[in-house]
Ligand binder design. Sequence first.
Ligand SMILES: Cc1ncc(COP(=O)(O)O)c(C=O)c1O
Length: 300
Amino acid sequence: MAAVPFDQRDGEIWFDGVFIPWKDAKVHVLTHGLHYASSVFEGERAYGGEVFKLEEHTERLHMSADVLGFEIPYSAEVINAATKELLRRHNLVDAYIRPVAWRGSEMMGVSAQHNTIHLAIAAWEWPSYFKPEERLKGIRLDMADYRRPDPRTAPYKSKAAGLYMICTLSKHAAERKGYADALMLDWRGQVAEATGANVFFVKDGKLHTPTPDCFLDGITRRTVIGLARARGLEVIERAIMPEELSGFEQCFLTGTAAEVTPVSEIGPHNFQVGEISRVLMEDYTAAVQPKAAPRVAAAG
Ligand SMILES: Cc1ncc(COP(=O)(O)O)c(C=O)c1O
């Protein structure tokens, strides 16, 4: 049976400061964010009723808007409180949270200096699927045709909707060929990231990951670097060329949705799901657990 479409679910969405019925959380077709991609968002996960790194995500949301030249008219305190209240109202324990901010409808042209800035936050159940046997097989990646753009051509530090156009194109192309995702190079031809996650490689007991100078420096990426260093592993951030892929032993992706996901193949290159990938998967699983006692869903 097909899943219920996202615009037809039950519950509430926080929309411009108030909780409204999920099905009423609509925007007009003449919305600047829809036509000109003046929209920024976050992807967050709650584990045991607590959002992992909520403050960092909200900070990045504000920063993303700032990079696009607009200010979200709600403080971090208001956004964080709304997120927690949303989880509470829906009795969500393991969940995905999607805040999105966009320019409204007052002006409909490239210039939209005075359009109202809107913010909505939705959350839905997303079970924590740590099924090691499935994920330990590793996923298969294709090489994407599109490249992460030169920072002079796109505001890469922003988690901006427009930057995902080439991600969706690349992911669709990979899926059509039977791959789970695609690895994108950057404008210089260096290894960059997957379509919604950062990438790490392992060689001779050390981690190698591309320097995030034209793509998102993920919150999970930074968390995993910290976890690796806490284990005494060396983490080298540097330019990585595609010619080096054949020399790496292990590979994994990191992201709020991907968590730590081992990669078994990138195009013609094969990787083992080795000890370091496994240990970091486990360490990440432990790190996301709530610091307070985990909440369980109330019955009924
Ligand atoms: C393109 C892209 N890169 C990297 C990431 C990883 O970021 P984070 O770990 O903050 O979720 C994401 C996910 O948000 C993403 O969409």
